[in-house]
Design a protein around this ligand. Structure first.
Ligand SMILES: Cc1ncc(COP(=O)(O)O)c(C=O)c1O
Length: 362
């Protein structure tokens, strides 16, 4: 029997999500030891998690017990950090899972999702997977959102507008007044604040005022927990309840729960890492600006997108990879000739700059 006959027809040509490269997959392909690879491709936190997390996990004795499916303690802990009552909060295995759950909850076959491109790939990934129709509204030249065009694209079938704020991969921050204008359309608006701790701008408190505002956050970036997969959504309580009902059981694992608890006891330490990254971002931006064949775009996140003005971005990605520096290159329109560098430690920036100068001089 042909497997293809069994598979949903709309998924036969589905390309999947193109995720960042894992260093271990490069063994034998490049001449650099895995431990020496500089990873500037997934906006991870180079300072890692709080040492409290490592100590608590080393001592933890309950890995054989399922976590609380209703997430009561998690929601209470997050409530303190987010400054909103637990009934507004749902935890996810990364905020990616909450993107997926929101799409599953709201999208019927053929319903429309507005995506302000170029943007984070999981919005289109989940929309396509759920049989939704993507309505792409390209960002303006400076990568700000084309608000008039978004509003003009709304139809009775529009069920979600996705805004990554700041936007991945461009780093652009959407001003609050633009978010408010979109909320006034009445369409559910997802404001993905994965990089909130770096941008320091949030609309989270407005969830109490707007029943169409859905905010996403994560512990992957500021708290250095990308590998443990924990994020959260702040939604109107009715939506939060539906998401809790449709999520897979026990979706946030016990190690992640311990890690959240310990991270929240060590916020000052984690915020020091965030500040180091913000300071390094400015130094890195200024240094990249001096390279005449790169044009960095202003950013409020922990990464910098650059136009590659000479040569080809894919080739630059490959050249850096062969030197053990992983960065991100994109297939999407508008960013095909761009490269994205996550902000690492100062020594990572120095190694990147040396490599770029060597490549530029070749
Ligand atoms: C805008 C945006 N949202 C969500 C995520 C996913 O984060 P998580 O690790 O919480 O799934 C990312 C990760 O890169 C991101 O850039």
């Amino acid at each position: 029997m042909s497997i293809e006959k069994l598979i949903r027809k709309d998924l036969l040509a589905f390309g999947g999500y193109s995720a960042a490269t894992s260093p271990e997959t490069l063994v034998g392909r490049i001449d650099i030891a895995t431990r020496d690879i500089i990873k500037l491709d997934a906006n991870e936190n180079p300072y890692g998690c709080s040492p409290r997390v490592q100590r608590a996990l080393a001592k933890f004795k309950q890995f054989h017990i399922y976590p609380d499916d209703g997430q009561e303690r998690l929601r209470r802990m997050l409530s303190g950090y987010a400054g909103i009552e637990p009934e507004y909060i749902v935890g996810g295995s990364g905020s990616n899972q909450l993107i997926d759950l929101l799409v599953r909850l709201l999208i019927n076959n053929g319903d429309e999702v507005i995506n302000c491109t170029p943007t984070f790939g999981v919005y289109s990934f989940s929309t396509k997977l759920c049989g939704g129709t993507l309505v792409e509204v390209p960002r303006l030249k400076d990568f700000s959102i084309d608000i008039d065009n978004v509003k003009a694209s709304i139809t009775p079938r529009t069920k979600i507008i996705f805004i990554s704020n700041p936007n991945n991969p461009t780093g652009t921050l959407t001003p609050r007044k633009d978010v408010l204008e979109l909320l006034d359309t009445g369409v559910p608006v997802v404001i993905d604040e994965a990089y909130y701790e770096f941008s320091k701008q949030t609309v989270l408190p407005l969830v109490k005022k707007y029943d169409n505002l859905l905010v996403l956050r994560t512990f992957s970036k500021w708290a250095g927990l990308a590998g443990l997969r924990v994020g959260y959504g702040v939604f109107p309580p009715e939506i939060a309840n539906f998401i809790l009902r449709i999520k897979i059981p026990y979706n946030v694992n016990v190690a992640a729960l311990v890690a959240v608890e310990e991270s929240l006891k060590d916020i000052d330490y984690l915020m020091m890492s965030v500040e180091k990254i913000v300071v390094e971002r400015a130094r890195m931006f200024a240094a990249l600006k001096k390279i005449e064949w790169l044009k960095p775009h202003p950013t409020r996140a922990n990464f910098i997108l650059c136009d590659v003005l000479k040569g080809d971005a894919q080739k630059l990605h490959d050249q850096l990879q062969s030197k053990g520096i992983l960065v991100r290159h994109f297939d999407q329109a508008r960013v095909k000739d761009c490269i994205r560098f996550s902000v690492g430690k100062p020594e990572h920036t120095d190694a990147l700059l040396t490599a770029l100068r060597q490549i530029g001089g070749e």
